[in-house]
Ligand binder design. Structure first.
Ligand SMILES: [Cu+2]
Length: 114
C-alpha cells in the first residue's frame, strides 16, 4: 500500500514537472526588422502559431524572445514562421513573397527612405 502511494506521488510529480517544463525560452536573431510595425507584425504573427507564447521583439537589439512548447514546435519551425512573416530568422532568409508584401518602411533600408 505504501509503495502504491509513493508510486502515485512520483507519477504526479513527473506530470507536474512536464507541465511546468513545457515552455522553453529561445532568442531568435531578427536582424532585418526596421520599425515598430515590424515589431507588431512579428509579435502578432508568432502569437498565433501553435506552441509559441509571449513573443517579444526588441527593436534595439533586433532580437525576438519567446517561449515555446517543445512538444508542439521546434526552433526550425519557429524560424520558418518568422521567415513566412517576411523577416530573416537567424540564418534563414525571409520568405521572398512575404517580404515583398511588407509595408515599404519594413523593408531593408525602408526607414532611411522616409
Ligand atoms: Cu517595420
Amino acid at each position: 500500500m505504501k509503495i502504491k502511494v509513493v508510486g502515485i506521488s512520483i507519477l504526479f510529480s513527473v506530470l507536474m514537472i512536464s507541465c511546468n517544463g513545457a515552455s522553453e525560452e529561445i532568442i531568435i536573431n531578427t536582424p532585418t526588422i526596421q520599425c515598430g510595425m515590424c515589431q507588431k507584425i512579428i509579435e502578432v504573427g508568432l502569437a498565433k502559431v501553435d506552441g509559441i507564447s509571449n513573443p517579444r521583439v526588441d527593436l534595439k537589439t533586433k532580437k525576438t524572445v519567446l517561449f515555446y512548447n517543445p512538444e508542439k514546435t521546434n526552433v526550425k519551425l519557429i524560424e520558418k514562421a518568422v521567415s513566412d512573416l517576411g523577416y530573416q530568422a537567424n540564418d534563414l532568409k525571409a520568405n521572398s513573397t512575404s517580404y515583398a508584401d511588407l509595408p515599404d518602411c519594413c523593408k531593408i533600408g525602408g526607414m532611411d527612405k522616409l
